[in-house]
Design a protein around this ligand. Structure first.
Ligand code: UDP
Ligand code: MG
Length: 332
């Protein structure tokens, strides 16, 4: 990891800020200016010592250049440039490890999360909430197929996992330092953050808000990526897919034994019949199919275990701007 901390600033008088805002960015160059204008005007009014941490998650456009420029114009804006695209969850984790505020706010760069709501988040936090989250009142801009799949996923997740996800929770939220520390202390690499927020507990308050349409650019989530994300979410929060094979096996084995007994008795009493290759083939194919499916699921969990055992860092930083050289706490 190479750190090129050319500028080192941390709030005007070197004191740590009350509010840290972290923004993951992947190909968001066109949104940088408007986002920062709106964000700075809201946040500076709440806490003049604020810090904004922009994380460039391996963008292929001019995002990195734009955010480095922003750090040069405003000493309270800092940025991390990751060495490649690690995904939003890792980018957020990089932001969390570098945030020094008493409360940390996560917000998307595409202005789908109106920065003005931060005022309400802050007020709720001051009232004693430890995790204040933006609750989506609509799923704007999603096609019918995608929203059906999303709903089915959440229903399946609720059925197979003990963790109760918060309704309408996205990645727009405020976390007290206690929650941030709790999240950073979880060592897992495959991170389904919605599940983790629910798992850590703490005092939560929902703030409903209307999701705005994306300002510029395109959502980076393809259907395949969503599917893999959903599979990862379920296998990291539930062992039901592993255990279910015992029951499926039992349900299939019992009738098979009964049928076996029946054939045995029939042969013993009536002698050898012309063997039924068709039914034999059907049974062989059916059982081997079921077994391969079961093996696949076990393979998925094995892969996950391997992933965790490798203990690779969640992200690597290429350059940092606006930070003091000493602060960094990547998962090691
Ligand atoms: N993002 C990221 N890395 C990625 C994909 C997305 O940092 O690999 C950021 C993106 O720049 C945005 C936020 O995560 O700030 C949400 O992404 P997007 O708008 O694509 O997702 P959606 O709003 O469709 O959930
Ligand atoms: Mg978006």
């Amino acid at each position: 990891m190479a750190f090129s901390s050319d500028t080192s600033r941390c709030g005007p008088e070197g004191t740590s800020p009350v509010l840290s805002i972290i923004v993951p960015m992947f190909n968001e160059a066109d949104n940088v200016d408007e986002l920062l204008n709106r964000l700075v005007s809201v946040v500076s009014e709440i806490d003049p010592q604020y810090e904004i941490i922009l994380i460039d998650d391996g963008s292929r456009d001019a995002t990195a250049m734009r955010i480095v420029e922003a750090t040069e114009q405003n000493g309270q804006i800092k940025c991390l440039v990751l060495s490649r695209n690690f995904g939003k969850e890792a980018a957020l984790n990089a932001g969390l490890s570098h945030a020094s505020g008493q409360a940390v706010i996560q917000i998307d760069a595409d202005l789908q999360h109106p920065p003005e709501i931060i005022r309400t988040f802050y007020a709720e936090w001051k009232n004693g909430a430890e995790l204040v989250y933006g609750q989506r009142t609509s799923r704007d801009g999603e096609g019918a197929a995608r929203s059906f799949m999303t709903r089915s996923f959440y229903r399946l997740f609720a059925a197979v996992s003990d963790v109760k996800l918060m309704k309408g929770l996205g990645d727009f939220l405020l976390m007290d330092r206690k929650v941030v520390e709790a999240l950073l202390s979880l060592p897992e690499r495959e991170r389904f953050t919605k599940g983790l927020y629910a798992w850590v507990g703490f005092k939560r308050v929902a703030v409903p808000f209307e999701v705005a349409p994306r300002a510029q650019g395109q959502s980076a989530w393809s259907i395949l990526r969503l599917y893999l994300f959903a599979l990862g979410a379920i296998t990291s929060f539930s062992t039901v897919p592993l255990k279910i094979w015992t029951y499926i096996g039992l349900c299939l084995a019992l009738p098979s034994f009964a049928y076996g007994g029946f054939i045995f008795a029939k042969t013993a009493i009536f002698g050898v019949d012309v063997p039924g290759y068709a039914s034999l083939m059907v049974a062989v194919c059916f059982f081997s199919g079921i077994q391969l499916l079961g093996l696949g699921i076990i393979g998925d969990y094995m892969g996950r275990v391997l992933q965790e055992v490798k203990q690779r860092p969640l992200y690597l930083i290429s350059t940092k701007h606006g930070f003091e050289q000493t602060r960094s706490r990547n998962l090691e």
